[in-house]
Design a protein around this ligand. Structure first.
Ligand code: ADP
Length: 365
């Protein structure tokens, strides 16, 4: 196909290590085909105020593969179908600016948007596809919780960061004979907690898929005491909850999304352990550390493969699909089905069985 396409690319939702590697791959693979690439800054903001569009060239993207963050900027408050605006009275009004975005896209002669983002971004991309703006989605979630792709970039880096933190906590927890509770990301799926907790030899791992009983968690800590291990490490996914309890959160997000801002489970578990066992217990939240930093080699390569595959699929004429990892290949999934199913940790998975065999408790027994 000799058509000289004009590709737009943006990043949406929370950042994940590897976004820049996708942008790099999209730029390089497009240039190789003689196409032009335009970076839309801050989600869709660059298509509202087109001054915010930047031309991406091989020179412009040199050296970004190893960088965390995204050179295009991102937002999790910019859904163009319900964008919050401050009106003249200083009140927040919700507006639908999607028509303006589609008309700017067409006016600029852009052919396809490569939308890199999580399930929220991909849902937005799907709505744009239905409005006649051709889209190819690249999934981004450090939680690795999308069912239609085997793996997503950013996850390996997040797990490595969490494991490194757990490693460090062993020495300080042991020195003070304390229990340390680490809260990691994982809203609906406990992959980060499970993989980092197992690799980091935690005593207890709490994940959303397995409601826990705090008594079991305390029993595990006290059993360790009896065996002479006088400190403990608990890894809790932010979405973990006690049996019959609710997830612990900090209320609604500012932009009125349905989701609540999770966080607080680590602190709650630490308080309970301290009260019920009398052991000095501290908690910490890894939070955004898990999103930051340079992507691991695994994530870089995966991100480059996602970007290059997006361009190859566009060259083949595929539109309104999400690129998916289907080892050893990359595949496409229609956008409307791509975000339908989440991937939670199967309770009989090898990873769970391995953790149990290592003597790790999930607080369920
Ligand atoms: P995360 O996986 O980090 O939660 P999502 O992709 O699910 O990210 O997006 C979360 C929210 O961020 C969406 O519901 C939407 O409000 C906003 N958002 C996502 N992508 C974009 C984008 N490209 N431009 C503007 N806002 C976006």
């Amino acid at each position: 196909m000799n058509e000289r396409l004009k590709i737009a690319v943006n990043t949406g939702g929370g950042d994940a290590p590897g976004l820049n590697a996708v942008i790099y791959a999209v730029t390089m693979a497009s240039y190789r085909r003689g196409w032009e690439v335009y970076g839309i800054q801050t989600g869709y903001a660059g298509l509202l105020d087109t001054e915010q569009i930047i031309r991406l060239t091989p020179e412009k993207v040199t050296g970004i593969v190893s960088m965390g963050g995204t050179i295009l900027g991102t937002t999790n408050k910019g859904d163009p179908f319900r964008l919050p605006f401050k009106n003249a009275l200083g009140e927040i009004e919700i507006r639908d600016v999607s028509d303006k975005i589609v008309s700017n896209f067409k006016r600029l002669g852009l052919d396809v948007l490569i939308a890199i983002g999580g399930d929220g971004s991909l849902r937005i991309a799907h709505r744009f596809a239905q409005m006649g703006m051709p889209v190819v989605g690249v999934p981004k979630t450090i939680d690795n919780d999308l069912a239609s792709t085997i793996i997503t970039f950013g996850f390996d880096t997040a797990v490595s960061t969490a494991t490194e933190a757990i490693d460090k906590l062993h020495s300080t927890a042991s020195a003070h004979e304390r229990v340390m509770v680490v809260e990691v990301m994982g809203r609906n799926a406990g992959w980060i907690a499970l993989n980092s907790g197992t690799s980091g030899s935690a005593d207890v791992i709490l994940i959303p898929e397995i409601p826990f009983r705090i008594k079991n968690v305390c029993d595990k800590i006290m059993n360790n005491e009896l065996r002479g291990k006088r400190y403990g490490i608990v890894v809790a996914a932010e979405g973990a909850r006690a049996e019959g309890g609710e997830v612990i959160h900090k209320g609604k997000t500012e932009d009125g999304r349905q989701d609540v801002l999770l966080g607080g489970i680590g602190e709650w578990v630490a308080r309970e352990i301290q009260q019920q066992t009398g052991k000095d217990t501290r908690s910490l939240v890894l939070g955004h550390l898990q999103r930051g930093g340079s992507p691991t080699t695994f994530d870089r390569l995966l991100a480059l493969r996602f970007g290059a595959a997006a361009v190859r699929f566009i060259a083949e004429g595929r539109r309104n699909v999400m690129v998916a990892s289907a080892p050893p290949d990359m595949a496409t999934v229609p956008l409307e089905v791509a975000v339908e199913k989440m991937k939670s940790v199967p309770l009989d998975s090898d990873s769970i069985l391995t953790a149990r065999d290592m003597g790790i408790s999930f607080g369920d027994e």
